[in-house]
Design a protein around this ligand. Structure first.
Ligand code: SF4
Length: 306
């Protein structure tokens, strides 16, 4: 049987199971497009969790990494939340453990701890404020000018924030390998190859790459930009390029680098989704105390954005 026929069969099985078991499937932009196609919603981490709150189903399947399953559970405490893959996880979120953060907090007891949403619930529970890649500048700008700020876990986003806001942040040296691997030379070479194109990069890229971009933005902002513009270089994980290329086949879109592949996001495929719906093995749970502290940090972000 060809892969295409097998995929069609798997899609039928998934659609059937989803209906029978009353599931809502949420999938991240970086996951393979055939999984995106059988999903009820595709977006970035916080959007996925928020969208599921309005789904009217009692079960959620998360086609993404573990920390995004935690976000889904956090905002959907009354629903059963399952992961499509047991070991898909964000290597960035795991770079620094909670003990290291606690030690830094002890040395800076007055510091505001701002945590990028791509982090484990355990890390986020130790933070005082959450931010996303779309609102990180606004969140830091909203803090008092003399505030001491710890920024976790992505130091590339932190450096971009420092550069744009002029603030000094206390950070760990940790980053997303998918974005960090792109050198200034590689970005300049792609720009030179496509001189008419606008370069959009995610702030998880290194500062030197961000500085030469036409726009530094989140995946959602990249999707919005590509829907209204042509000739775009997408500086993020290649799943976003594949999604947009499928949606807008006539548009001239290129990935900044074909090497920008997140191994963990790519662990999720149709076989995994079908098995997860059948077996319901990888349920996400969150301790009540941790959930409350993580929510507090998230609510403060929403208060600032009001
Ligand atoms: S792309 Fe980077 S930040 Fe996103 S899940 Fe993969 S390792 Fe984590």
């Amino acid at each position: 049987m060809s892969q295409e026929m097998l995929n069609d069969q798997l899609k039928e099985v998934i659609t059937d199971l989803k209906k029978k078991k009353n599931y809502y499937i949420i999938t991240h932009n970086y996951v393979a497009t055939d999984v995106q196609e059988i999903s009820d919603y595709v977006g970035d981490s916080l959007q996925m969790a928020l969208n599921a709150t309005r789904c009217g189903k009692d079960r959620i399947l998360v086609c993404s990494i573990r920390i995004m399953g935690e976000s889904a559970k956090l905002l959907n405490p009354d629903k059963k939340v399952f992961m499509a893959h047991p070991t898909a996880d964000c290597q960035l979120a795991n770079l620094k453990n909670v003990e290291e953060l606690k030690a830094l907090k002890q040395r800076h007891p007055q510091a505001e701890v701002v945590c990028y949403v791509n982090a484990s619930a355990a890390l986020r529970a130790e933070s005082t404020l959450t931010c996303t890649s779309a609102n990180c500048l606004q969140i830091i700008d909203a803090l008092p000018k003399d505030a001491e700020i710890i920024f976790i876990p992505d130091s590339n986003i932190g450096k971009w924030v420092e550069y744009k806001t002029g603030r000094k942040l206390l950070m760990f040296d940790s980053y997303c390998y998918v974005h960090h691997q792109i050198s200034l030379e590689e970005a300049l070479a792609t720009k030179a190859q496509y001189p008419e194109y606008k370069l959009l990069v995610h702030p998880e890229c290194g500062l030197e790459v961000c500085k030469i971009a036409d726009k530094v933005c989140s995946t959602s902002q990249m999707i919005a930009f590509a829907s209204e513009n042509d000739n775009v270089i997408l500086g993020t994980e290649t799943g976003l390029y594949e999604q947009l290329h499928k949606r807008y086949p006539a548009k001239k879109l290129v990935p900044l680098s074909s090497r920008m592949v997140c191994e963990d996001m790519k662990k999720i495929n149709l076989e995994r989704v079908a098995a997860a719906l059948m077996q319901e093995k990888y349920e996400v749970t969150l301790a009540a105390d941790m959930a409350e502290r993580t929510l507090h940090s998230l609510r403060r972000m929403w208060d600032i954005l009001k």
